[in-house]
Design a protein. Structure first.
Length: 147
């Protein structure tokens, strides 16, 4: 299986940005953790992070041509604003899990709105970095049931 992990706006600032909400671990540490889990699960994984909405849309579209089996995405603030990312996920029809490090439903009112959730097969929020590994495990099971 081949998965793409997409991280959106400000996730490159993990460890610096609001550590009381997102923790003190860095984006590089997140990537290392996910790579280790993927290796253990015998899954090929690639990563992309951008603060630019169009880059995220391009990565989702490219996943179709790269024959990616599943997408794990934390769009950051674009979760609450981007119909373009929603439309890209719908267009490629690749099973996608929405991940959030914090519990977005327990935060500000505007964070309770998620456009991406309309196309996601699952949402995992409030589990910290472990949410990404939970998303990977979910996709492995989900795709196994589909084949």
């Amino acid at each position: 299986m081949k998965f793409l992990v997409i991280n959106g706006s400000n996730l490159n600032m993990l460890g610096i940005r609001e550590p009381d909400i997102y923790g003190r671990h860095t984006y590089d540490e997140l990537v290392r953790m996910i790579k280790a889990h993927a290796e253990e699960k015998k899954v090929e994984v690639s990563f992309m992070q951008s603060n630019h909405e169009g880059d995220l849309v391009d990565a989702i579209q490219q996943a179709f041509f790269d024959k990616v089996d599943g997408i794990i995405i934390n769009p950051g603030a674009y979760t609450h604003t981007s119909i373009a990312i929603l439309d890209a996920v719908k267009a490629v029809n690749i099973p996608t899990v929405e991940v959030h490090i914090s519990d977005v439903d327990a935060r500000e009112e505007f964070r309770k709105v998620s456009y991406i959730r309309l196309a996601a097969v699952k949402t995992i929020a409030g589990k910290g970095f472990e949410g990404y590994n939970l998303a990977m495990d979910f996709l492995i099971d989900y795709l196994g049931e589909k084949h």
